[in-house]
Design a protein around this ligand. Structure first.
Ligand code: ZN
Length: 234
């Protein structure tokens, strides 16, 4: 039987780092893909190599499985997205309640590029940190959107990709718990101190939940999830 393989959408944030650990535990060969689209928190891209290296140090069999990293330039996405992620404007909700950090269809575009790369690399699973529980109103994080995309990609590429979303039905507290379950406190510590979530790209002081401004929606979600996970352990 041929080896199992996966391409992980790896941004350098908490969710995608947890997905990378999840994939390294399950599949024989794991490659990563990251997208540079002019996001204000480009610092998260810089954390990707650091996290990959620390994961490889954590378990020898993870080092053996961890394959190439790919970074794609999607600056065209930034160019068409007049949003707070790429422009110097305040983060706020629009009239539909969507945060103006929303880049329309961003995850669909990421998945299409990931599938094209996976096809060329012979990787059969595509793993992403999309989550419907804490989805902040992003419609392309919903399970229906991902399932529809899987069908479209497989028909359009005459392929049999499986889109894996291990975080789809769990919240941020459970995401920390999943990291603990996969790699114990050593993995939690890497994710806590070396992944990046803050929309403003703030690293600065290390809080117990990691680096960040502590005020933006992404920091609040991460800090709240960490606090709830810690409270559930006590
Ligand atoms: Zn922040």
């Amino acid at each position: 039987m041929s080896e199992s393989s996966a391409l992980v959408l790896f941004s350098g944030g908490q969710d995608s780092a947890t997905c990378l650990a999840w994939a390294l535990e399950r599949f024989d060969r794991v490659e990563t893909i990251g997208f540079d689209y002019g996001q204000r928190h480009a610092v998260e891209l810089a954390q990707r190599a650091i996290v990959r290296e620390k994961f490889a140090d954590l378990k020898p069999y993870w080092r053996e499985k961890l394959g190439d990293d790919h970074t794609l330039d999607l600056s065209a996405l930034g160019a068409i997205s007049e949003t707070a992620m790429t422009r110097e404007i305040a983060i706020e909700a629009d009239t539909k309640g969507l945060p103006n950090t929303f880049v329309p269809g961003r995850n669909l575009i990421f998945l299409a590029f990931a599938a094209a790369l996976a096809y060329r690399r012979g990787l059969t699973r595509i793993v992403g940190g999309m989550c419907e529980t804490d989805f902040s109103g992003y419609p392309d994080c919903r399970d229906d959107a991902i399932k529809a995309m899987q069908v479209a990609l497989n028909i359009g590429m005459d392929a049999r990709f499986v889109l894996e979303t291990p975080l789809m039905w769990i919240d941020k507290a459970a995401t920390w718990a999943l990291a603990q379950e996969i790699g114990g406190s050593a993995l939690v510590d890497i994710i806590r101190t070396d992944t990046h979530t803050c929309y403003l790209g703030e690293r600065g002081a290390l809080h117990e939940w990691g680096h960040g401004c502590g005020q933006c929606p992404a920091c609040k979600l991460r800090a709240d999830g960490f606090a709830r996970w810690r409270a559930s352990k006590d």
